[in-house]
Design a protein around this ligand. Structure first.
Ligand SMILES: Nc1ncnc2c1ncn2[C@@H]1O[C@H](COP(=O)(O)OP(=O)(O)OP(=O)(O)O)[C@@H](O)[C@H]1O
Length: 222
């Protein structure tokens, strides 16, 4: 199997603005683990948006799951997104669904019945410390609780590729380490993981590749 993600000489600018990312060339292999770091404004979120196909590159080639993304259609794009788990910086929980329903959503979308997944969702919610918050709506959750719900939702379907934008930005260091263990365990089960973070102590806990963005360029440290 080839790489899950392949960038060749990719550049990105917003509108008529300066080039935010320049000449990015890299691959994300199946079952790999990498951190993405760099100063605020360096383009970490922009790079994640290119991978999840919410932005098109201004130049260069992006392939996802072996397909050149400039040739794919709308339905194919939706199918590709279902192969990814995404933890957004602003969580993007659905406010009219309970925490349990938010986390179960990717499984429902796959056509599974609640009886099949209920125990699994409850177990993951307990693991992230939301066992007693399952039946409330996101607007009453704290920032850290929302973040944990967003992480649980991204992990529950064991996607092939997991993208997480500052997934531990709203929790204390002990909880951050616990959440990192979840990502490591998911990776052990076969998911490729990309975690954007500023947190050096967190990165030091895992022996993983580091992608460092600066001045529009990407430097990779194996
Ligand atoms: N929609 C947009 N339109 C115009 N410029 C944008 C847009 N989104 C981001 N930018 C600019 O692109 C640059 C990179 O932003 P990005 O959010 O990717 O950085 P980041 O590394 O994720 O930052 P942070 O660590 O602060 O989240 C910044 O200069 C930002 O102002």
């Amino acid at each position: 199997m080839g790489p899950l993600v392949r960038f060749e000489n990719v550049g990105l600018r917003y509108g008529m603005g300066p080039e935010i990312l320049r000449d990015l060339t890299f691959s994300i292999e199946p079952r790999s683990f990498q951190f993405l770091t760099g100063p605020s404004g360096a383009g970490k979120t922009t790079l994640l948006r290119l991978i999840l196909l919410s932005l098109k590159p201004t130049r260069g080639l992006v392939s996802l799951f072996g397909r050149d993304i400039s040739t794919i259609t709308g339905p194919e794009l939706s199918a590709m997104r279902r192969r990814m788990g995404i933890v957004f910086q602003d969580f993007r929980l659905l406010d009219h669904l309970t925490t349990f329903e938010n986390v179960a959503l990717p499984l429902r979308v796959q056509g599974k019945e609640e009886a099949q997944y209920r125990a699994e969702v409850v177990e993951l919610l307990r693991w992230v410390g939301l066992g007693d918050r399952m039946h409330v709506l996101p607007p009453v959750l704290s920032g850290g609780e929302k973040q944990r719900a967003a992480i649980a939702r991204a992990l529950i379907s064991r996607p092939e590729l997991l993208l997480a934008d500052e997934p531990t930005g709203n929790v204390d260091p002990a909880l951050a380490r616990r959440l990192l263990r979840l990502f490591v365990e998911l990776n052990r089960l076969g998911t490729s993981v990309i975690i954007a973070t500023h947190d050096l102590t967190l990165m030091d806990l895992v022996d993983a590749r580091r992608f460092v963005l600066g001045d529009g360029r990407l430097h990779i440290f194996d």
